[in-house]
Design a protein around this ligand. Structure first.
Ligand SMILES: *Cc1c(COP(=O)(O)O)cnc(C)c1O
Length: 221
């Protein structure tokens, strides 16, 4: 097994135990966006089968071939999703963590209706209320969740990306409280720098990229 994957899995298990969580209750999403194919293949060869992507087009160019070679692999969309890419996204991804606006809920509901199935959905919450960041504002969340349920969308949880300049832990706790009061059990939170803290706060899905694959080089895309 690659050293990085072994190290992350060990930290994840330690964090689960420390938090009194059941072993295996936290899913590691290996965030493979922008990574060279050989790094992704190495982690697949180690047996890992859950990945995260940010860009529909990049994922479309990668995962059909990798799934043909390695068999079933769960791939979750964690980046902003343009409405005009939603159709391709629902065909490609097993879950979407970036349901962040009513117009996307509309689109996903109509796709679910016509296809008779939908990826699992996480609502992205802008816990830091940052103007430049996507996500439903905390004050609007309960109404948005109710609206998604009226449309029969398969909501499984909430997702957040805390402000870079702040301690993430209060944001993780805020997200956990919002999920609990809405009867949602999935919590997609925690990245390379803070996933143990997210697990302590109840994360069910941590999204780890650079700590697992190495730094991303956006220059060579
Ligand atoms: C890129 C990305 C990650 C992974 O970030 P790292 O710091 O490399 O672990 C996690 N979540 C989202 C939404 C991302 O866009």
């Amino acid at each position: 097994m690659t050293t990085a994957l072994a190290t992350i899995l060990e930290k994840l298990r330690l964090a689960e135990t420390a938090a009194g969580r059941a072993p295996g209750s936290v899913h590691l999403i290996a965030v493979s966006k922008v990574q060279p194919l050989e790094r992704v293949v190495a982690v697949l060869k180690d047996g890992h089968r859950l990945f995260g992507e940010n860009y529909v087009q990049e994922a479309q160019g990668k995962w059909p071939d990798l799934r043909a070679e390695f068999g079933p692999v769960a791939v979750h969309m964690i980046g902003p999703l343009q409405t005009n890419k939603a159709k391709v996204a629902v065909e490609l991804f097993d879950a979407i963590h970036s349901l962040d606006r009513p117009s996307l809920a509309d689109k996903l509901a109509s796709l679910a209706q016509s296809r008779g199935t939908s990826p699992d959905l996480f609502v992205q919450v802008n816990t830091g209320e940052e103007p430049q960041k996507a996500g439903i504002l905390p004050a609007d969340l309960d109404a948005f969740v109710a609206d998604c349920r009226r449309r029969d969308l398969p909501l499984v949880g909430l997702m957040c990306i805390p402000p870079e300049s702040e301690d993430a832990t209060p944001h993780f706790h805020m997200l956990a409280a919002m999920a609990a009061r809405n009867g949602l059990t999935g919590l997609s939170m925690g990245m390379s720098s803070d996933f143990p803290a997210a697990i302590a706060a109840g994360a069910t899905h941590v999204r780890v990229g650079s700590a697992l694959f190495g730094a991303r080089d956006y220059g060579t895309r």
